[in-house]
Design a protein around this ligand. Structure first.
Ligand code: C2O
Ligand code: CU
Length: 387
């Protein structure tokens, strides 16, 4: 029996409904109830999950997709969800009880040994030649980053983190860190009866086949893809004004092979050794999170535009997630980010720097944290106050 809450990941809803224990509501104790009621501002692909002991609770599969339909959805033959996860299973195929292991906390998080699609062995995805499919990808894994390549197909990326993006065929694998989503349009241009692998190539030298697109032997549904290029109407997001934006930075330190020597924890300066004894490994601007309710690390003036500069000074990738807002990714390592996508989570590769911009239009204390759940548990979080 554990307390829990529900966080509506990526939805720009009122702070009191955001589901962060001790910050936006008391935890819901076993046997208690809590009613969430909110208006959804944006269409798109989102998800929900608990925000208490999330490594364990999400790691046991406590989460679900949350789809908000467009007024005019693009015309497709099928609209399909791919909820991607990975699990650390024992030899008896039980969920391994090894949560909060110091190695996972300080390295890449709790990577699993079995990847699944919608909770099952990802093996095969049946398709028919000629059909146009909308795939809604959600990475619900604690720590695994997926980088998908569709052999023999040209997926069209139409949304990231629920927010429409200028439709394009990505040249690189489609990378999804934990918590991230992507909407793709895939025209099944392969031949009836054939099989085409979808490869996950994110981790170097650990490329594996995630699944096979398995074509039925039926005759093609059509001979060439529909000509209309599917496009999504934008959501009502306020456009940040970069000229007048206030600038803030968030520097990420710590972890194995990092250079962090000491950091502030509960108001005291502790050495990395002392922190590790408490299961803490990571700091944002030199501060290690001790709970969800903390003094804000950043104060954003309500109604103004802000630029956040993330610096990853660690040897590990981090998907950084801000609650209650969407931001535009402007640059990476000083280069303009193609398409400047809207997102609620920005992936930072080791030693990468990224700038994002937003209008702070949703008042309250919001969590900003790494969505590798073990990194969050080990201190990689802070509060952003919008007031
Ligand atoms: Cu999906 Cu605070 O996260
Ligand atoms: Cu992280």
């Amino acid at each position: 029996m554990q307390p829990t809450t529900v966080h509506w990941h990526g939805l720009r809803i009122a702070n009191a409904m955001d589901g962060v224990p001790d910050l936006t509501q008391p935890p819901i104790l076993p046997g208690e109830t809590f009613t969430y009621a909110f208006t959804v501002p944006d269409a798109g692909t989102y998800w929900y999950h608990p925000h208490t002991q999330s490594s364990q609770q999400i790691g046991h599969g406590l989460y679900g997709p949350f789809i908000i339909e467009e007024a005019n959805p693009p015309r497709v033959d099928r609209d399909v969800l791919w909820v991607m996860d990975d699990w650390r299973l024992t030899e008896e195929a039980a969920i391994s009880p090894t949560f909060s292991h110091p190695h996972d906390l300080s390295h890449a998080g709790r990577l699993g040994n079995v990847a699944t699609l919608n909770g099952r062995d990802s093996g095969e995805f049946p398709v028919r030649a000629g059909e146009r499919v909308r795939l809604r990808l959600i990475n619900a894994a604690n720590a695994r980053i997926f980088g998908l390549e569709f052999e023999g197909h040209r997926p069209l990326l139409i949304a990231r983190d629920g927010q429409p993006i200028e439709a394009h065929n990505p040249v690189d694998p489609i990378v999804l860190g934990p918590g991230q989503r992507a909407d793709l349009i895939v025209d099944m241009e392969g031949d009836p009866g054939e099989t085409y692998p979808v490869i996950d190539s994110y981790y170097q030298r650990q490329t594996y086949k995630y699944l096979d697109l398995v074509y039925s032997t039926e005759r093609p549904l059509r001979n060439s893809p529909p000509d209309a290029t599917p496009a999504l109407a934008p959501n009502p997001l306020p456009e940040p004004d970069l000229e007048s934006a206030r600038r803030h930075s968030v520097t990420i330190d710590g972890g194995a092979m990092g250079s962090l020597r000491s950091a502030r924890y509960r108001g005291e300066d502790l050495t990395i050794r002392e922190l590790a004894q408490q299961g803490k490994m990571w700091a944002l601007n030199g501060v290690v999170a001790h709970s969800m309710a903390m003094e804000p690390l950043l104060n954003l003036e309500l109604g103004r535009s802000h630029v956040l500069l993330f610096r990853n000074e660690t040897a590990w990738p981090h998907p950084m997630h801000l609650h209650g807002h969407a931001f535009r990714i402007l640059t990476r390592n000083g280069r303009r980010e193609p398409y400047r996508p809207w997102a609620d989570t920005v992936m930072l590769e080791p030693h990468e720097i990224a700038e994002v911009a937003l209008v702070a239009d949703n008042p309250g204390d919001w969590l900003l944290h790494c969505h590798v759940l073990e990194h969050h548990e080990a201190g990689m979080a802070c509060v952003v106050r919008v007031a």
